[in-house]
Ligand binder design. Structure first.
Ligand code: FCB
Length: 433
């Protein structure tokens, strides 16, 4: 059976930042830095999902989805990052999981969607190797606590964003700009993933465990030797740096060399990182165009935005054929046995008019990407499910509430939810599948 689902993440929707014993995460801290987030927005209230989860589960039931992919907020369940569990925080996820199951919806948690407890950051965060072990302990605790009802687990969401956007470019929490720290963070995130796979398997051999990686295929305007180099570096930085360790037990040599830095690998790390997973959670949004640039750091290429390209409200190129190609490539190159599309979607400048939100651009994006995914599936790629990003509009990280990705519109003044045309489209598509 093909799994139809929707995705969200804790910091982006829950709110209740200071309730129920939740401690601050690095996003609470980062969003307070002047200029870090558009309009100085933060996740204090977000979509108030912490209180409105029943309504949101009802909306999922109305959509007809089989599964809900959400994330557990580590600082809500272990406020000190390591050590004592917070019962009030666990109770929330108990209610959420039970509420989903009562509606016939399978809960699919991710354990880390970027909201590291600030307490862990105060000890160095992902730059500190110990963080990988704290993460594994937390994973183990969640497995024990929810494993009677939760069978599908995603360890880490998009280590690319945590590592590079958070520690190299500083545009996401914790806002560090340092290549060596970025490399350390990427390695410790991946190590944390591998240790969490072991920790969850220790709890139960029934669990299906995977990791979510995002992929951004690159093209260039021509096919000169320099164009090909730019593509190779972009692919190495965005895609291979994360997929190779997990599925080939090594970092891409060309990129390690080009960085000219040490990767803090200890003996045995690569075996842990490459522990067999049951599935790859694949996130796809867009492709990028790159150009060779000898001066660019940390690798000699830059992203360019050629005109005449269809783009979403994020400026991301809409290119569904790339989705098909990527899935076929990942299957062939990495021999992945099962895929779930854990995120795919688009942001547009949605408006409520007479109580309705018509979003033809999102419908078109969704339709073309679903078709592209099913094309790959028809050609033999083992894809078992698709989770649309996102159920509801939410806190889009450094873009704050400005960018809307939801199938369901949220009025942040009143917290009123309004299904957009795309929600009706998705509902029909699921019904007719
Ligand atoms: C992904 C993130 C998700 C959301 C979408 C638009 O990179 O995992 O939280 O921000 O992009």
């Amino acid at each position: 059976m093909f799994t139809w689902g929707v995705s969200t993440s804790a910091y982006q929707i829950e709110g209740a930042a200071n309730e129920g014993g939740r401690a601050p995460s690095i996003w609470d801290t980062f969003s307070r830095i002047p200029g870090a987030v558009a309009n100085a927005d933060n996740g204090d209230v977000a979509c108030d999902h912490y209180h409105r989860y029943e309504e949101d589960l009802d909306l999922m039931k109305w959509l007809g989805v089989d599964a809900y992919h959400f994330s557990i907020a580590w600082p809500r369940v272990i406020p000190t990052a390591k050590g004592a569990l917070n019962k009030t925080g666990l109770d929330f996820y108990d209610r959420l999981i039970d509420g989903a199951l009562e509606r016939g919806i399978t809960p699919w948690p991710t354990l880390y969607h970027w909201d590291l407890p600030q307490a862990a950051q105060d000890k160095g965060g992902w730059n500190n190797r110990d963080c990988a072990y704290w993460f594994a302990e937390y994973a183990h605790a969640m497995g024990e606590k929810f494993g009677d009802r939760v069978k599908n687990w995603v360890t880490i969401n998009e280590p690319f964003c945590s590592a590079w956007l958070g520690h190299l470019y500083g545009v996401m929490a914790p806002g560090i700009k340092d290549l060596q720290i970025g490399i350390n963070a990427s390695h410790h995130l991946l190590l944390g993933h591998g240790l969490a796979v072991d920790a969850l398997r220790q709890v139960s051999s029934d669990f299906k465990v995977g990791v979510t990686l995002n992929f951004t295929p690159a093209i260039a305007l021509g096919d000169s030797a320099e164009d090909l180099l730019a593509i190779q570096y972009a692919d190495g930085f965005d895609n291979r740096w994360f997929a190779d360790p997990v599925f080939k037990a090594s970092y891409p040599k060309d990129i390690v060399e080009a960085f000219g830095k040490e990767v803090p690998i200890h003996p045995g790390d690569m075996e842990i990182i490459s522990r067999p997973v049951d599935f790859l959670g694949l996130n796809y949004y867009f492709r990028q165009t790159v150009q060779y640039d000898a001066q660019a750091k940390p690798l000699p290429y830059k992203v360019i935005n050629p005109p005449g390209v269809e783009r979403t409200g994020m400026g991301w190129e809409v290119h569904a054929e790339t989705f098909t190609k990527l899935l076929k490539y990942m299957h062939k190159e990495y021999g992945i046995k099962e895929f779930f599309i854990t995120e795919n979607g688009s942001a547009w400048d949605d408006k409520v008019v007479d109580g309705k939100v018509d979003d033809p651009n999102r419908v078109s994006y969704l339709e073309r990407h679903l078709d592209a995914m099913f094309q790959a599936k028809a050609e033999g790629v083992p894809i078992s499910g698709y989770f649309a990003w996102s159920l509801i509009d939410n806190f889009e990280w450094a873009y704050g509430y400005e960018k809307r990705f939801g199938l369901i519109h949220v009025d942040y003044q009143t917290q009123k939810r309004t299904p957009k045309s795309s929600a009706y489209y998705y509902r029909e598509r699921i019904k007719n599948s």
